[in-house]
Design a protein around this ligand. Sequence first.
Ligand code: SF4
Length: 268
Amino acid sequence: MGVPSVFLRTFGCNFTCDSFGMPRGTKSIERVQVALTHEETPYKDYKELPLVSTGCDSYASWDPAFKELSPLLTTDAIVDRIMEILPHGEWRDEHLVITGGEPLLGWQRQYPDLLDHPKMAGLKEITFETNGTQTLTPKFKEYLRKWECYHDGNFHREITFSVSAKLPCSGEAWEDAIKPKVVYEYETYGTTYLKFVIATEQDFADAQHAIAAYRSAGFEGHVYLMPVGGVESVYSINNKNVAMLAMKHGLRYSDRLQVPLFKNEWGT
Ligand code: SF4
């Protein structure tokens, strides 16, 4: 948080996380309603889509109903857009955050082309914001090794896997969402931490159960608790409780800086 970052959001996810913010066992229909409205009177830009207070708050990045609102760009066009965003027109202290949807789906095949682009040579830190279910392909693992150590042998780069593992409150099945061996392997290729979204005591009990499973697989990274709440009304009643819970159990706490700063609007 607070690090100047460029976010690259890839399209597609293997989950739908329809149960965030809903009573256990129920699903939000907010996204489905937006899709119906979109079918009748299409939104022209993803930034016009309503923010939701239940379910996945980045649904525009994976729901096929909104796919045409995501631009399909060549590598050159992506790099040119990044250069426009960077304050000095080149990489300096900024961080590249690759997010989604789920950025470790088939996109793993595309990242070498992007990261080897000559204008990306100054980039020193990448974070993959992942749900922690996708194994790294042998080719991508080999590439990450080379990328991290690249540059005349005297320039070390950093890779981070920020793993937001999905607990039952997301609506996803445990066996699909909690993949300890997959996350353990990320640690070989970069700094890896886990982040759990918490709304209730039950969510915290689920997080503890998941943490035990990750630790048994050998995972050694830090664990963060993050309050549920893509919108301020939900977030502000939950954040202090989650911070207290993290302190009580010796875990780390992650705020959602984009909620008070930007009201979680699209693109933040
Ligand atoms: S894994 Fe993340 S992006 Fe995918 S549906 Fe769940 S919250 Fe949304």
